[in-house]
Design a protein around this ligand. Sequence first.
Ligand code: CUA
Length: 315
Amino acid sequence: MFGIPLFPEGASTIAGEVDALYFFLVGLSVVMSVLIATLVVTFAIKFRRRHKDEVGAQVHGGLMLELAWTIVPFLITMVIFFWGAKVFLLMATPPDETLNVYVVGKQWMWKVQHTTGQREINELHVPVGRPVKLIMTSEDVIHNFSIPAMRVKADVIPGRFVQIWFEPTKPGTYQVFCAEYCGTQHSGMTGQVVVMEQMAYQTWLSGGAVEGPLASMGEKLFGDLACNTCHRPDSSGRGPMLQNLFGRPVQLHDGTVVTADENYLRESILMPAEKVTAGYQPVMPAFQGLVSEEQLLALIEYIKSQSSQQENANP
Ligand code: CUA
């Protein structure tokens, strides 16, 4: 607009939805501001005191007027609510088939871990036209992963996973910001999302040194930490079987049922006594402080790979 970039470029399927709602809110604000300012000025002139001893006329209400100024704003706010809820649900609900990428924030960088093994710092390479789900956590303080061009952002919080998703619509390089003050070098905690054509992305995937898929790293760690002495592939172990666990309901010893998602796996590795599976003793040692965020991701990815219902993470 007049050469002033009011909006970042829109490069995801959700961008148009977010912008439309935003423009509606701005337009509505302009209409209301003009209306109110006009009425203030008009009434100030129309009902001004004309001579020194003039007394204001008593007004005893107007039913239709009062109904109108109650019902009209109510309807307008309901439009905002339902429209906002629709866009929010769209943003909060990733499609079934997503490309999953782990992001770990730390002072002051973004570490990106692909399930295929690639690691990046302050860069995220993704293919165009495919929904991408970011599973994010922080290893120190609260950060906020923000990609304005994709119209997505989320607080990245230590001790848990948060998810965002977007589907890039055009190749290019897009700015990433940390949008939560996180210390002296917060302003430098930036990065880039590189959206590539499918072919270029495949080439990128096959290039560079890779230690193998994340799940394989997790499998090795699973052995190194001796997890496999208790979690066996049959029910003979002292711990529950982990095969076909991910995404399924788990009955706990206190009778409650939880879903075995990333956050549950994370908690059960770090603080296993918190949610003990029904029928098992709380004998597992806590791994809090013993495994890094990256190792945790690898273990979780390994457990996910053991489930038939795992999300399809590979191209
Ligand atoms: Cu990380 Cu601001």
